[in-house]
Ligand binder design. Structure first.
Ligand code: AMP
Length: 217
């Protein structure tokens, strides 16, 4: 049995066409079912639904053989024990620094002020500000980061940005682009050896689908 770990939402939706390219069709819609293990049209392949931040952990410890996870999540996890063969080029976005429109970020950085930064992405934020030589107090949050500068909890946030609409709706402005993000396929290293005959065709189909994406209909 091959187990693939996915998180609901954008990653799940954008992985479905790649699965289809590998001849795999998920038989239940996670938005309509409460099941966490979803069967596929292939008796030897199943999908498990986990939180996005848990995908690397499931694959690292063999709870799943394969998974799809964002580069942001992989960096925060550390990526230990995971083989990362493929950038799937899906769920694309960026990690950025944002502040209130009335906060003078450039001057604060130039003057060497200590910044309070709220984020879910503490490893990425720590590395980025250390590289710039900016002293920061990091405040770990698990969601609604946009609220932090508006309530005075923080001077800045480090968060994922896609269209920029969420920042705009909360009167925040993007002041630094830290890195581009896309989702990666990750594989358990032991499974890659022990289940290679079942896993390799999936890797090959994903690789082909990524390098020659279907033309938009
Ligand atoms: P947007 O308004 O399109 O810039 O999207 C920003 C919001 O969506 C923020 O709350 C982000 O945390 C979240 N977001 C954007 N892109 C992604 C992604 N690829 N994966 C998960 N969350 C995302």
């Amino acid at each position: 049995m091959i187990t693939l770990a996915l998180s609901k939402g954008r990653i799940y939706d954008e992985t479905l066409p790649l699965l289809a390219a590998a001849g795999i069709e998920v038989l239940e819609d996670p938005e309509k079912s409460r099941k966490l293990i979803l069967p596929t049209n292939q008796p030897g392949v199943r999908v498990v639904l986990v939180r996005a931040t848990d995908v690397p952990t499931y694959v690292e410890y063999g709870g799943a053989d394969l998974g799809v996870t964002g580069k942001d999540t992989l960096i925060e996890h550390g990526g230990q024990g995971l083989y990362q063969p493929l950038d799937l080029n899906i769920a694309r976005c960026r990690v950025s620094v944002a502040v209130r429109a009335d906060f003078d970020y450039a001057t604060a950085v130039r003057q060497g002020s200590r910044l309070r930064v709220a984020t879910k992405y503490t490893a990425i934020a720590r590395d980025f500000f250390a590289g710039k030589g900016v002293h920061v107090d990091l405040i770990k949050l698990y969601g609604s980061m946009e609220l932090a500068p508006l309530t005075g909890l923080a001077d800045a946030i480090v968060d994922l940005v896609s269209t920029g609409n969420t920042l705009k709706a909360n009167q925040l402005v993007e002041v630094e682009r830290i890195m581009d993000i896309s989702s990666r396929l990750v594989v358990n290293q032991a499974a890659l050896k022990l289940k290679q005959r079942a896993i390799q065709p999936i890797l090959d189909a994903f690789t082909n689908a990524v390098s020659s994406p279907a033309s938009p209909s």
